[in-house]
Design a protein around this ligand. Structure first.
Ligand SMILES: NC(=O)c1ccc[n+]([C@@H]2O[C@H](COP(=O)([O-])OP(=O)(O)OC[C@H]3O[C@@H](n4cnc5c(N)ncnc54)[C@H](O)[C@@H]3O)[C@@H](O)[C@H]2O)c1
Length: 419
């Protein structure tokens, strides 16, 4: 009987959140930004339509400092991510300068953030940061440029928040120790803006895990399903064309790493070939034949995880996950709890704290502004530990890169380097 009522709930919740015109969805980020230079008519971006931030605490936001962190922002691409994270409205931030290689995008980012200064590239912004008194950089450029720009910014003494992933693919594995070293040497904060960390269920999973309600971790599942269709998804310099799914692993892996702060130690991954034009015959810059990749991981706490990233399966889509432990389970579409776990859920306050007045939580489950707030608190408040810190950022990303390598070797089990 309980199974039947569960099923009903699942159908209701899935239909509410996940059957919203998956295929075309990504494009229209730039609905706000016109066609984004890709010449396509744009509708709605997957993830940006998910503006339900979950339960927000009734306790009003309390100011924690008079200080304003002087921030630079780079990148206002297809997703308009530079302006989508509420830096311009956060009371402890002053957006000093913005940059984009595309002058029209740069102007747009300036307009949206009201930054007094612009630079033609992120590199120029970083070089001039000291003169401008910029302390922190938010990197919202194309995925392949994140790691290089993060290292450069850390070496210039800037705190860094990077859009996902932290680094990009096998060819950038050598940048991993460089990010670690640059952060260590500079003593500056590095974090990755993993949106699952501040989705309502991501916040709840972490709180329940930290409070012991889940018990010892047994198994986590995560999915990032995003159908690309025949047209593919636009991107600067075409970095999304033929993208190995597990080179973009953070929205699935994050359900484990951002809840437990554990890591993945071994992987065996199945890659499924795709006939979509971006992937057919591996005719793409990555020589990648796979449109879907399903990874099985051993986790550092002795548990297991199954993380799926799929570009070629229309219909149900989104970023979803759930955690199982020795005491209970929780996650997306888990409306019914069991016994002791139910009591704990009721006792624990799993509401998100209120944001400052006038700050909109944003998309991806109302996660955007919470990531920004976490970053700014990490800079201002001594001892504040950001959720997706440098270790979790790199653990979350590197596991996917090894998953793709495993898929290329027919699912061979590979050990994953630990940060
Ligand atoms: N849920 C999420 O967390 C989520 C969702 C969407 C996108 N993203 C990430 O956000 C980032 C941006 O996504 P997008 O689709 O807008 O990317 P995009 O490829 O469309 O645009 C990248 C932009 O960066 C600019 N750029 C590139 N190199 C630069 C440099 N050196 N200096 C200044 N500007 C530079 C380009 O001109 C372009 O406007 C990506 O890294 C993506 O992975 C994350």
């Amino acid at each position: 009987m309980q199974g039947i009522s569960n099923l009903k709930w699942e159908i209701i919740m899935v239909s509410r959140r996940s059957f919203i015109g998956a295929g075309s969805a990504f494009l229209a980020a730039a609905g706000r930004a016109g066609s984004g230079g890709n010449g396509r008519k744009e509708a709605a971006i997957q993830g940006f339509d998910e503006r339900d931030a979950g339960r927000i605490s009734k306790v009003p936001w309390k100011p924690f400092s008079d200080r304003k962190v002087r921030v630079g922002i780079a990148g206002e691409g297809v997703c308009s991510f530079g302006s989508a994270f509420a830096y311009q409205t956060h009371p402890n931030v002053e957006v000093v300068a913005v940059a984009d290689l595309d002058p029209a995008k740069c102007r747009l980012l300036q307009e949206r953030t009201k930054a007094p200064k612009t630079y033609p590239s992120c590199e120029e912004l970083i070089k001039n940061a000291a003169a401008d008194g910029i302390e922190a950089l938010y990197i919202a450029t194309d995925a392949p440029s994140h790691a290089r720009l993060a290292v450069m910014a850390l070496e210039h003494g800037l705190h860094v928040a990077s859009a996902v992933p932290a680094f990009f693919g096998r060819d950038q594995l050598e940048l991993v120790p460089k990010i670690v070293e640059a952060a260590k040497k500079s003593g500056r904060l590095y974090m990755m803006n993993e949106t699952t960390a501040f989705r309502p269920e991501g916040v709840a999973m972490r709180r329940l895990f930290e409070a012991g309600a889940v018990g010892r971790h047994v198994y986590t599942e995560g999915e990032y399903f995003h159908y690309w269709g025949a047209q593919g998804i636009p991107s600067w310099n075409g970095w999304r064309r033929g993208l190995p799914p597990q080179y973009y692993p953070t929205h699935s892996n994050g359900f484990y790493t951002c809840a437990t702060h554990g890591s993945f130690t071994e992987v065996s991954c199945i890659g499924i070939t795709s006939d979509l034009p971006d992937f057919k015959d591996a005719d793409n810059p990555y020589k990648n034949p796979f449109g879907n990749e399903v990874a099985f991981f051993r986790t550092s706490d002795g548990g297991a995880a199954r993380m799926a990233v799929m570009w070629d399966s229309p219909g149900y889509h989104g970023e979803t996950g759930r955690i199982n432990g020795t005491k209970g389970s929780y996650g997306t579409y888990t409306p019914v709890y069991n016994g002791r776990e139910k009591e704990l859920v009721q006792k624990l306050d799993i509401a998100k704290p209120a944001l400052p007045p006038g700050v909109d939580a944003g998309g991806h489950g109302g996660s955007h502004a919470y990531l920004t707030d976490d970053f700014i608190r990490g800079i201002i408040i001594p001892g504040h530990k950001v959720c997706c810190d440098i270790k979790t950022s790199l653990d979350t990303t590197i596991a996917g890169v090894y998953a793709h390598l495993s898929a290329l070797k027919g699912g061979e089990t590979l050990k994953i380097p630990q940060i």
